[in-house]
Write a protein that binds this ligand. Structure first.
Ligand code: ATP
Ligand code: 3PG
Length: 398
């Protein structure tokens, strides 16, 4: 795989370099347009600065959210361009389309050492299309803008999308420093984790994470399950979960996994249950086997946090993906905080994988440096650990 350093060595002054970044940052739910965590933008800065300072004409492209293949003002990258400019300390030109007249004009006007951000890639059907020809046609348009392609969008390498998979087939391609670092760390964790190896999973998407549980079970000493996904497991154990998040069609799979795990999957023993999804709701802590029918579990309880912390304390390797509760609302943040703090204290190597988990670490004011590695990719790091081929990495290796 050729790297950004190889490209810089070849010389990029005056050359147009297309950088695929993952600027899919979270926004403050209460203040539309305000970025709540700019970690992903910060993570790509070294690549952008190196290219800018080497005199390249830098064309940055990213997706934001999941618009449906057409422009949608809710998902504009304009606020991200402004933030990127602040972080770089130099103006970032913003094109308000991706491959249309605005982008074409902006690319043509780019000066050496200038950075341009194109509008959201997913405003174009071709970006995410399953049809090779449609993706290819869009990739042709993107590739026409540049001489070289750099992928530093680790969070999107698991997507077979035009900007990730098809553009590198059309241009000399290089891996950015972020992609290289992420792959190196995940390789270490997946191939030779120092034992005991404890995996902590939470977040809301059970169905997305069952495959990774299956793949990790033979390798881990303990797999701790919290967050919205624990309720499908609790239900699989025969408990009622009230109005908590539940993926009914996954109950049977969870039962199978519990059987296979022979006690290595650890579930919460108590739950913070509220009458509604709100910080102002009536809140009680109950046994995990006694969730009232009219309540929903929004965090793991203190006994569970202590149980999880104890399992984490002895670990030499910890991989954590997904918050333990709705950490964005203060009454439901304690589980995530407790687990995160326990991870910072281990005498070993820890990896935090996932946009939301990384955002939680920062929102709770925890020190980034207390973790071994904070990944910018949720789905991407999980698919790597599952052992799947990542289309973006495969494209760089070709
Ligand atoms: N008990 C719960 N009920 C409902 N939602 C929950 C619960 N616990 C956690 N969540 C929510 O799960 C969300 C994070 O889930 P997700 O699966 O997206 O995590 P992630 O893997 O870190 O992120 P990503 O894959 O996007 O990088 C948070 O917004 C959090 O509020
Ligand atoms: O948030 C992420 O995990 C990445 O940016 C990929 O986004 P996606 O799941 O919408 O493809």
């Amino acid at each position: 795989m050729k790297t950004l350093d190889d490209l810089l060595g070849e010389g990029v002054s005056g050359r147009r370099v297309f950088v695929r970044a993952d600027l899919n940052v979270p926004f403050d739910k209460a203040n539309p347009g305000v970025i709540s965590d700019d970690g992903r933008a910060r993570a790509v800065l070294p690549t952008l600065i190196a290219l800018r300072d080497a005199g390249a004409r830098v064309i940055v492209a990213s997706h934001l959210g999941r618009p449906k293949g057409a422009p949608d003002p809710k998902f504009t990258l304009a606020p991200v361009a402004a933030r990127l400019g602040e972080l770089l300390g130099s103006t970032v030109v913003f094109a308000d389309d991706t491959v249309g007249p605005a982008a074409t004009e902006a690319v043509a006007a780019l000066q050496d050492g200038q950075v341009l951000l194109l509008e959201n890639l997913r405003f174009n059907e071709g970006e995410t299309s399953k049809d090779d020809a449609s993706r290819g046609a869009f990739a042709d348009q993107l590739a026409a803008f540049a001489d070289f392609y750099v992928d530093d969008a680790f969070g999107a390498v698991h997507r077979k999308h035009a900007s990730v998979f098809d553009v590198p087939a059309r241009l000399p391609h290089y891996a950015g420093g972020l992609v290289l670092k992420e792959v190196e760390v995940l390789k270490r964790v997946s191939e030779s984790p120092e034992q005991p190896y404890v995996v902590v999973l939470g977040g809301s998407k059970v169905s997305d994470k069952l495959a990774v549980i299956q793949a990790l079970l033979p390798k881990v000493d303990k797999l701790l399950v919290g967050g919205g996904m624990c309720f499908t497991f609790l239900k699989a154990q025969g408990h009622e979960v009230g109005k908590s998040l539940l993926e009914a069609e996954m109950i049977a799979t969870c039962q199978d996994l519990l059987k296979q795990a022979e006690g290595r999957i650890v579930l919460p023993v108590d739950v913070v249950a509220a009458t509604e999804f709100s910080a102002d709701a009536d809140i009680v802590t109950v046994d995990a086997s006694e969730i009232p029918a009219d309540r929903l579990g929004l965090d793991i309880g203190p006994k569970s946090t202590a149980l999880f912390a104890e399992a984490i304390a002895g670990a030499k390797t910890v991989f954590w993906n997904g918050p333990m509760g709705v950490f964005e609302l203060a009454p439901f943040a304690a589980g995530t905080r407790g687990v995160a703090e326990a991870i910072t204290k281990i005498d070993g190597f820890s990896v935090v994988g996932g946009g939301d988990s990384a955002a939680a670490v920062r929102a709770l004011g925890l020190d980034d440096a207390a973790f071994g590695h904070i990944s910018t990719g949720g789905g991407a790091s999980l698919e790597y650990l599952e052992g799947k081929t990542l289309p973006g990495v495969a494209a760089l290796e070709k």
